[in-house]
Design a binder for this molecule. Structure first.
Ligand SMILES: [Zn+2]
Length: 181
């Protein structure tokens, strides 16, 4: 190191570390936004009522023991399902968040394994094949990816979206296909 360069080199290192940290923070924020976008986009097509979605920290609505970076206020808890068909819809909704997060972040995405495990448990309880639940969620997300992206970007910009704002965004970012509701 050249004499007199110590301070600026240290400052540069601090700036680099802070930059790395903010890269990590923004990568995590982005993963959370895609996670919380995946749930309501799938919920919309499964016919669930969505009241709101946020990427601000709080308790998970389905799994109270979990504190998550974000949450969706929606009536899609498999624990309350009355029929196998209801349970299947709730489970597809449940895995849609972690799957959207993984789809957005690639194979290194920090998927919410507790949520996946809870859904796997729900599938076992109802005698539903869990891989089929995952496949269905992945297929729905792939078809609606433009809407997932739009919702995730709005969440990153605004933090919280109302059910009305969500429905508007989802509709505006959907290519209508034969058989769509
Ligand atoms: Zn989730």
């Amino acid at each position: 190191m050249a004499p007199g360069r110590g301070v600026s080199a240290a400052a540069a290192r601090v700036a680099q570390l802070m930059g790395e940290r903010s890269d990590q923070t923004s990568a995590k924020h982005r993963a959370t936004a895609y996670h919380e976008a995946g749930h309501p986009v799938v919920a919309y097509w499964l016919g669930f009522a969505i009241r709101s979605v946020t990427v601000l920290p709080g308790a998970h609505p389905l799994f109270k023991r979990l504190t998550t970076e974000g949450r969706v206020d929606c009536n899609a808890d498999w624990v309350d399902a009355k029929t196998r068909r209801d349970a299947q819809r709730c489970l597809v909704y449940g895995v849609a968040g972690p799957i959207a997060e993984a789809m957005a972040s690639g194979p290194t995405g920090a998927t919410d394994t507790d949520e996946i495990e809870s859904c796997r448990h729900g599938a076992d309880r109802w005698g539903i094949a869990f891989p089929a639940v995952e496949r269905q969620a992945r297929a729905m997300l792939r078809l609606r990816w433009r809407a997932v992206k739009a919702v995730a970007e709005a969440l990153m910009a605004e933090g919280t979206l109302t059910g009305t704002a969500l429905r508007t965004l989802i509709k505006a970012n959907t290519v209508r296909r034969k058989g769509d509701r």
